[in-house]
Design a protein around this ligand. Structure first.
Ligand SMILES: Cc1cc2nc3c(=O)[nH]c(=O)nc-3n(C[C@H](O)[C@H](O)[C@H](O)COP(=O)(O)OP(=O)(O)OC[C@H]3O[C@@H](n4cnc5c(N)ncnc54)[C@H](O)[C@@H]3O)c2cc1C
Length: 465
């Protein structure tokens, strides 16, 4: 009798059926096919990745080239990202996080600033970077930027003078509101310590009613301080100068006497309406159309001179932003409502007679934008050449002049603005030109000169924090 082991062996060695043998032969072929297919899929995935990655990189390079051509590639002097290529892994998280169009892109697998001049220092890129390759900096190695020295409580080296908002180098609506509020909260504690006494002097004088000035004023009201806010223009600051319907990206913020604002995206108009509503609702009074012209310290109190009078205050919050005050020409008729110092929306004018005054990029860009909207534009500049403009603007202007899309008057001076015409001195001869609107781009008084004048220490930052 055969043992169980032998019986099993015999059964195990029994000849296979033809079908079973064929099936077994197929197994290595199927395995080969599967491995070939997987190799093909992986190769295809790599090819697709390389194609799209290369396409993205080429696109970004082309955008960067264009930005360089138009002089838009140089980093802004305000807060902007600096990307360390040795740390960047090319995740493109920064590109996706940036709320501004085409500021960042991927070039050769690394995040790059491709349209630096459009960066508003939102900082979303730095927060989104998974490997911490981005630092937010001021200025760059070649071009430094003046940033006033302030303590963590926003006080300058001139005791009692505080700086909040973009003037301190930190852009963005939320940051400005927060800094204005924090500066005044500190002042209110500091005045309590010094035992506030009721006298004719203000506790705090706030200059500027952009987001920082609004935050500071509402905080002063909440703290029960004796304060006054002056603003050279209208309430809203830089927001007033955003293009019509601009999408404003922001982050949740705490507004004194109102509470938390939670939205992350809104429009220029909705944001202004919200701020004006909060101001009205709180009963806050802001002295608009009143410009600070001088600030002097006198025995621990500040005398602030404005276009309308003088104030004495124990402390001053400068929330005046970085854009300064546009320079006026000082000609008759400049006060007419048809005269502006910035162009918000060229498309608001159609088939109008417009004079643009100035010889820099802002004037040239405004003149070309207005003429492309079907207006009859005269660009007037007192110099004998437009020597300061970017090469891209020069090229576009030359083309527009050759196509007679606008008129350029060099060595000309605007002498008088009337309701329906302007008087221009053209190389010594006075001419009347029909006119509906005047745009003046004659530079401005920059706040840093003012700061140095009152003794505030201003430091130059070269691509550093
Ligand atoms: C085109 C553009 C788009 C932007 N988009 C965004 C965005 O989407 N999201 C975002 O968060 N930020 C954005 N920003 C940035 C943001 O607008 C600013 O960071 C913010 O307005 C700074 O607030 P501020 O109060 O410090 O200064 P400002 O808003 O500049 O206000 C300063 C105020 O001070 C007044 N002033 C100046 N000098 C004097 C004087 N001598 N006397 C009296 N008053 C004076 C000015 O008239 C002005 O009203 C953008 C900026 C620009 C230019």
């Amino acid at each position: 009798m055969k043992s169980a082991r032998e019986r099993f062996k015999i059964a195990g060695n029994a000849p296979m059926t033809a079908a079973k043998a064929a099936g077994l032969r197929k197994i290595p072929e199927v395995t080969k096919l599967v491995s070939l297919l997987s190799t093909l899929i992986v190769a295809l995935a790599i090819l697709i990745y390389v194609y799209f990655y290369g396409k993205k990189s080429r696109k970004s390079k082309a955008k960067l080239k264009k930005a360089v051509e138009f002089g838009l590639a140089e980093e802004p002097t305000t807060l902007h990202p600096k990307i360390d290529p040795a740390v960047c892994i090319g995740s493109s998280a920064c590109v996706k996080a940036c709320p501004q169009h085409d500021v960042l892109g991927l070039i050769s697998g690394r995040g790059s600033l491709i349209n630096a001049s459009h960066c508003v220092g939102h900082g979303a890129c730095a927060a989104a970077c998974p490997v911490g390759a981005i630092t937010l900096v001021f200025g760059n190695e070649k071009r430094g930027v003046d940033i006033p020295y302030v303590t963590t409580d926003f006080e300058t080296n001139v005791k009692g003078v505080f700086i909040a908002g973009e003037l301190g180098g930190m852009g963005l609506v939320r940051n400005a509101i927060t800094q204005g509020r924090q500066a005044v909260e500190y002042i209110s504690c500091f005045l309590k310590e010094k035992q506030r006494k009721p006298d004719g002097t203000y506790d705090v004088l706030i200059v500027g009613a952009g987001p920082a000035g609004i935050g500071a004023s509402l905080a002063a009201m909440k703290a029960g301080l004796k304060f006054v806010t002056i603003e050279q223009g209208g309430v809203g600051g830089t927001i007033l100068n955003y293009p019509r319907h601009k999408i404003v990206m922001t982050q949740p913020m705490d507004v004194p006497l109102h509470g938390k604002i939670k939205f992350k995206e809104t429009t220029k108009e909705a944001l202004l309406e919200l701020f004006l509503g909060i101001i009205d609702g709180s009963g806050l009074k802001i002295n608009t159309n009143e410009k600070m012209t001088a600030l002097e310290e006198n025995g621990g109190t500040f005398k602030v001179t404005t276009s309308k009078g003088e104030y004495l205050s124990k402390t001053v919050v400068l929330a005046i932003g970085r854009r300064g005050t546009p320079r006026k020409l000082g000609v008759p008729g400049e006060e007419l409502s048809k005269v502006s110092y910035s162009l918000l929306d060229p498309e608001q004018h159609k088939a109008c007679n417009i004079v643009v005054v100035g010889g820099g990029d802002s004037a040239v860009e405004a003149a070309m934008a207005l003429s492309s909207c079907g207006n009859k534009v005269t660009l007037s500049y007192r110099g004998d050449a437009l020597s300061r403009i970017k090469p891209g603007n020069r090229e576009r202007l030359d083309k527009a002049l050759a196509a007679r899309q606008l008129t350029l008057h060099l060595k000309s001076n605007l002498k008088e603005i009337k309701a329906k015409e302007v008087q221009i001195d053209l190389d010594g001869k006075l001419s009347a030109i029909p006119n509906d609107f005047v745009y003046i781009f004659a530079g401005g008084e920059l706040p840093n000169d003012f700061l140095r004048g009152i003794g505030v220490r201003v430091e130059k930052k070269f691509g550093t924090r």
